[in-house]
Structure formats: C-alpha cells, structure tokens
Write a protein that binds this ligand. Structure first.
Ligand code: HEC
Ligand code: HEC
Length: 286
C-alpha cells in the first residue's frame, strides 16, 4: 500500500504525493446501533490530553463502506460471532492440572467479564501493565495449570472477542495516571516517533491525514475501540497488536512483537485517544 510513497519526501508531503486520491472525505454521519439494541458512541469530543492534536474523536466504523458497517450492526451478519460461540464452549470446559474452567471461577461470561475489555490494558496486582491477553494467560497458566495461548492464536482471539463483546456500549475506561502514567508516556512517545524508510509516525497517518485516502484505504484515526476486528481481506480476526505490526511494516520498519511491552504501552496510549468513544469490539473491517 505504501509502495508509491517516496522515502526521501517529508512524511505529510509524501502522503499527499502518494494519494491517487479523491480529496478529503469526511467520516460518514451514521448511528451505530447493534442488534437494534446497543447504541455505540462513535463520535465524541477528544479527551483533554489530546488538546492541540484532535478536537473530535471518531470510530474507525465511520470510515468504512455501507456494507462493512452493516455487518457490525447485526450479530447474525458479524463474522466474529461464530468465533465467540467457540470461545463460549472453551469458557465452560475444564482444563489443565487444576481441572478448572473459566466459568468455575468467573461464572457466566456476561457477568464475569462485563466491562473488563473497556479498562484494558491496565496495571495488574504486581504493578505491571497488562493487556487482556496477559490476563487470560495468567489465569490459564497460574490458576488452571494449562498451557498459555499464543498471543495471536485462534483460541486467544476467539476468547478476546467473546470477552470484548461483554463491554459493547460501555465507554473506553483506561487509567492513564498513577502507576500507568509512565507506560502511557512511553506509548505517546512511540505514537509520535517516525518509523522506517518512509519516516512516518502513527500520527502522520492517523492524526494528520485521517479522512484522506491512502490508495484505496480511507484513513481513520486508528482507534482501537472496535477491536478485535474481523478483517474480510484476511478472513480472520485481527488483534490490536497484529494491527500495530501491520501499520509499522507499512512504513518499512522493523517492528516490535505482538505482546511486547512496547506494544502494551502503545496500546494503552492509543486506547486513551479513544476516551469518549464506546467499545464496539468486535467490529468488522475490509
Ligand atoms: C481458579 C479460578 C480462575 C480460573 C479457572 C480462571 N480465572 Fe480468570 N481470574 C481469576 C482471578 C482470581 C482473577 C483476578 C481477580 C479478578 O479481577 O477477577 C482473574 C482475572 C481474570 C481477568 C482479568 C479481569 C480484570 O478485570 O482484571 C480475565 C480477563 C480473566 N481472569 C479471564 C479468564 C479466562 C478467559 C479464563 C479461562 C481460560 C479464566 N480467567 C480462568 C480466577 C480464575
Ligand atoms: C502509512 C500510514 C499509516 C501509518 C504510519 C500507521 N497506520 Fe494505522 N492504519 C493505516 C491504514 C491505511 C489503516 C486501515 C484504514 C484505517 O482504519 O485507517 C490503518 C488502521 C489502523 C488501525 C485500525 C483502526 C480501525 O478502526 O480498524 C489502528 C488501531 C492503527 N492503524 C494504529 C496505528 C498505530 C498505533 C500506528 C503507529 C505505530 C499506525 N497505525 C501507523 C495506515 C497507517
């Protein structure tokens, strides 16, 4: 996608030059109501910490085509839900040396996991910043005596989809002060760092150029409230860190690994840019 951008050009100029573009195209004006029941806030005044950067925050949903948007609006059309169903079976199945299931300790997922996704990533009891995936694996290894799931494994993605759905319609609720603050600051620094041969930062695309087209892609603000998402192009679920890997690769840079502390910090910062929006995961993307 970025092959037409020239490494020698300044980032913003490079973007403009690379655009075979229809000019600026606003996010659509549309209401996201899932299953005629759950209303999702997709536009909001930007959080105080974004002053001077963004006035309004928009969900990625508003930048997608009608057909793709429609798939997020009805669970029967949302391809994520088949995988959430699979996770519900796993939720109730005892495993590991302790022969325990998630349900044994957390009860029904609808209650046990309500609001959990909205607060991720967050500081754990030991004072470390953890993503949802870390919490799931901590329970598997330390509480069930089962094997950890790989970050981007199907089992992990299915479970994070099923857990995220329990926060739909709830506002992004990450904590960015106290013990989280240093992580948040590191994430912010990464967000504004130019990566790769193209020397592009996250902000060059998602803050300076959202609404513009980069070849066929209508650039959004790169919000994470819709994650995990089902990508039609990949015919599969994409985790937040997987998306970060893809974006950094597009700048032709070496990237961090999914599950790295760098990406957990970046995840916190990016989540905080979505404060005011509601969780809509699991969304659908082209
Ligand atoms: C033996 C009991 C036990 C089992 C089995 C268990 N958990 Fe947990 N889990 C806990 C406890 C205790 C905590 C920490 C206290 C809390 O916040 O609920 C926790 C925390 C979590 C959290 C973080 C919640 C938060 O708000 O911070 C997630 C997510 C989670 N578990 C998912 C799972 C999943 C998925 C499974 C099954 C694969 C599972 N757990 C199995 C006991 C268990
Ligand atoms: C060269 C431009 C470019 C850069 C640099 C870039 N991205 Fe992206 N990103 C895209 C495109 C294109 C998409 C897909 C369309 C969209 O949602 O913007 C995307 C999508 C995303 C999404 C998914 C949004 C959604 O709602 O589906 C997230 C999250 C994201 N980017 C985060 C980042 C982060 C964090 C960085 C910096 C590490 C970054 N991006 C750097 C181009 C870029």
């Amino acid at each position: 996608m970025t092959t037409r951008l020239r490494a020698t050009t300044l980032a913003a100029a490079a973007l403009c030059a690379g655009l075979a573009a229809p000019a600026f195209a606003d996010p659509v004006e549309a209401e996201l109501v899932i299953n005629d029941d759950i209303t999702i806030k997709t536009v909001a005044p930007a959080a105080e910490h974004l002053k001077g950067h963004l006035d309004t925050v928009y969900s990625g949903w508003l930048f997608r085509e009608d057909e793709t948007r429609a798939m997020t609006m009805d669970d029967f059309d949302n391809p994520n839900m088949v995988f959430a169903e699979q996770a519900l079976e796993v939720w109730a199945t005892p495993e590991g040396t302790q022969n325990k299931s998630c349900a044994d300790c957390h009860g029904a997922i609808e209650e046990g996991m309500k609001g959990v996704r909205a607060a991720m990533p967050k500081i754990n009891a030991a004072g470390d910043l953890w993503s949802l995936e870390n919490y799931v694996n901590d329970c598997r290894t330390n509480r069930m005596g089962a094997e950890a799931w790989k970050w981007n494994s199907q089992d992990m993605k299915n479970m994070t989809v099923a857990i995220s759905v329990q926060s739909r319609g709830m506002p992004v609720a990450v904590e960015i002060d106290g013990p989280a603050q240093s992580h948040w600051e590191k994430g912010r620094e990464m967000y504004y760092t130019r990566y790769g041969q193209l020397e592009l930062s996250c902000a060059n695309c998602h803050e300076d150029n959202y609404g513009n087209f980069i070849r066929a892609d209508h650039l959004s603000q790169g919000q994470t409230a819709g994650f995990p998402v089902y990508r039609l192009k990949d015919a599969g679920i994409v985790s937040i860190h997987q998306r970060f890997v893809g974006c950094i690769r597009d700048t032709r840079a070496e990237t961090f690994a999914a599950g790295s502390q760098e990406f957990i910090d970046l995840e916190l910062y990016v989540a905080s840019r979505g404060m005011g929006l509601d969780i809509e995961g699991a969304g659908v993307r082209p």
